[in-house]
Design a binder for this molecule. Structure first.
Ligand code: ZN
Length: 306
């Protein structure tokens, strides 16, 4: 049965300085990407061009298509990544304009005015569609900071699916109290982000998680938890999720980068880059091999569930 269900493979293409630790969040070192670029000029280290090309090679080896959630800023300034992705079988989706977090990680109140946020998401979609000459139907919120007020707006912009909801007992990055979020795709209720009484045409491709009855739900999804917990844990999570339906896995080019991140903020999440580099690349290859018949793009998973 599990061989018939699919895993949407998604790759978030952002460089180290787009991450919330460095820019664009309430806990970042620089307030915005502009502030960072102003100070660093063009002298920053590129930790994603070689890494994205390497990921494309690995995907080719397994003949797997994936969805690349592009930060529009990356598409505008990383020509080699664009050339490598343009016109391929891979899907392009939006990971916003500059990877600015929309809401405060603690209060969940807006960090930018809603109108500004809306304009940025429209602009990012247009930038990506123009550069890659393809329709962009998928959205992932930077840092997975998703608010319920975004749902009708994402629909209005023309997105067909979102893939940002990480449901677990350890943290909640949304502005609502999440309950009973499945591991398979569903149409969103724009009030509580649940699958109950869906009132939007926007489909959610939620992040995977592991329920330990009666009270605990462990996070999974990919990236940080994949670097931390490895293939054994993710096989358990994915096997269970595949029994119920389609699910999602994600990774960053940054996760397989062996380059040292230049600006770190040791007080702030000191283990954030745990197992980055070769170790994670080897784990990813193992996972792709194991589930090569399940992995596909988010768009395929969207169409299958629409
Ligand atoms: Zn991201």
């Amino acid at each position: 049965m599990s061989s018939r269900n699919r895993i949407a493979l998604s790759i978030d293409v952002e460089d180290w300085y787009h991450t919330p630790l460095v820019t664009g969040s309430n806990f970042s070192k620089y307030k915005s990407l502009d502030d960072f670029l102003e100070e660093q000029g063009e002298s920053y280290i590129d930790c994603i061009t070689d890494e994205t090309l390497r990921l494309l090679e690995i995907l080719d080896d397994f003949n797997i298509s994936a969805t690349f959630f592009m930060v529009a800023d990356v598409a505008q300034r990383y020509g080699k990544i664009v050339s490598a992705l343009k016109g391929t079988k891979h899907e392009i989706a939006s990971h916003s304009l500059t990877h600015q977090s929309a809401i405060d990680s603690k209060t969940k109140l807006e960090l930018v005015p809603v109108e500004t946020w809306l304009k940025e998401q429209r602009d990012a979609k247009k930038v990506l569609e123009d550069i890659f000459n393809t329709e962009v139907i998928g959205y992932r919120a930077p840092g997975a900071f998703l608010a319920s007020w975004m749902i009708p707006l994402l629909e209005e912009i023309g997105f067909k699916y979102d893939s940002s909801i990480a449901y677990n007992s350890l943290y909640n990055k949304t502005n609502v109290k999440l309950k009973n979020i499945p591991t398979s795709p569903y149409y969103l209720n724009s009030i509580d982000l649940s699958s109950e009484n869906p009132n939007s045409q926007l489909m959610e491709l939620p992040w995977s998680h592991l329920k330990i009855p009666p009270f605990i739900t462990l996070p999974a999804g990919g990236a940080f938890f994949f670097r931390l917990l490895g293939v054994g844990y993710f096989s358990l999570v994915l096997d269970r999720a595949l029994r119920k339906g389609d699910t999602m896995f994600y990774i960053h080019p940054l996760d397989i980068s062996s380059k040292r991140i230049p600006v770190s903020n040791p007080r702030n999440r000191p283990n954030y880059w745990i197992n980055k580099g070769e170790r994670t690349e080897q784990r990813l290859i193992k996972l792709l091999k194991k589930y090569k018949n399940n992995f596909t793009t988010c768009k395929e998973v969207y169409l299958k569930n629409a």
